[in-house]
Every structure is written in C-alpha cells, then in structure tokens.
Design a protein around this ligand. Structure first.
Ligand code: ADP
Ligand code: MG
Length: 140
C-alpha cells in the first residue's frame, strides 16, 4: 500500500456526539474507501494543540482545540486510490454552507468550526498525521 493511497481522517466531536459516526462510516465505505485503522479517542488539549500546531496564532485556534477536545472523536486510516483528494472531495468545503450536496460537511456539519470531519491536505501530511495517531501495527 503506497502512501498515495492512504489518508488520515477524523470524525469530529460534533458528529460523534450527535450519533452520526456510523452514518459517516457508511458513507466512507459506500464511496470505496477501505477502513485500515479505527479508534475512538477523547483527545487531550495537548494532543489537539499538537495536531493543529500549523493553525497556532490564527484567530480560531483556541476555539478549534476547545471543540476538538469537548467529546470523543473517531480516528481513521483510510485507503483508496488518490485517498487524500478523494476524502477531501467526500468531506466537502470547510464551511458546510459552501459544501456540495451529499458531502459529509453538508450533511452533518453545523458551521465552519463545527464541520464534522477532518482530512489530511497532502500525501506528506497524511503520512505525518497517520504516524501521529497510529502505530504501524494499528494499521491493517
Ligand atoms: P480543513 O479542515 O478544510 O482542511 P483548515 O485546515 O483551514 O480546513 O482548518 C482546520 C479546521 O479549523 C477546520 O476544519 C475547522 O474546524 C476550523 N476552522 C477553520 N477556519 C475556521 C474559522 N474561520 N472559524 C472557526 N473555525 C475554523
Ligand atoms: Mg486543513
């Protein structure tokens, strides 16, 4: 499995708390992704701050880490051809109001902050993010 075929995804606290994790997983599988790693985890502040370090200094950073730590998330390693772009396409635009019909964020997001899902933005970051959350032995 080459890295170009893998991406890292999070079903965010809003979607898990609302009981939408199963529906989102179904959508993922229906769209041809294979789930290669999966864990429910309640992120600590340190984990969320470290994961989103690239956004440190932005106006929404504190709101983002507070949101990401308010309830458990589902961490996912996904496999598909061109996985990074394919998952970003299925998630839709960052702002659910601008996301296309049928996308995860349109269906399950609330606003630009509480938008139901995360996806890596490049193969390089997918590798970094997968390694941040999964040991090699935890990915099938
Ligand atoms: P994406 O998740 O689509 O890659 P970004 O990397 O730009 O988007 O932002 C990371 C996350 O930070 C978003 O998914 C969203 O939860 C949050 N976020 C982004 N922009 C804003 C904003 N203007 N206000 C509040 N939260 C935001
Ligand atoms: Mg991003």
């Amino acid at each position: 499995m080459s890295i170009g075929n893998k991406t890292f995804a999070i079903i965010k606290p809003d979607a898990v708390a609302a009981g939408n994790a199963g529906a989102i997983l179904s959508l993922i599988e229906q769209n041809g992704f294979k789930v290669k790693g999966l864990r429910l985890q309640h992120l600590t502040l340190k984990e969320a701050e470290g994961f989103y370090a690239v956004h440190k200094g932005k106006g929404f950073f504190d709101e983002l880490v507070a949101f990401m730590t308010e309830a458990p998330v589902v961490l996912l390693a996904l496999e598909k051809e061109n996985a990074v772009q394919a998952w970003r396409d299925l998630m839709g635009a960052t702002n659910p109001e601008k996301a296309a019909d049928g996308t995860v964020r349109k269906l399950y997001g609330t606003n630009i902050g509480r938008n139901a899902s995360h996806g890596s933005d490049s193969d390089e970051n997918a590798a970094i993010e997968l390694a941040w959350f999964f040991r090699g032995s935890e990915i099938a």
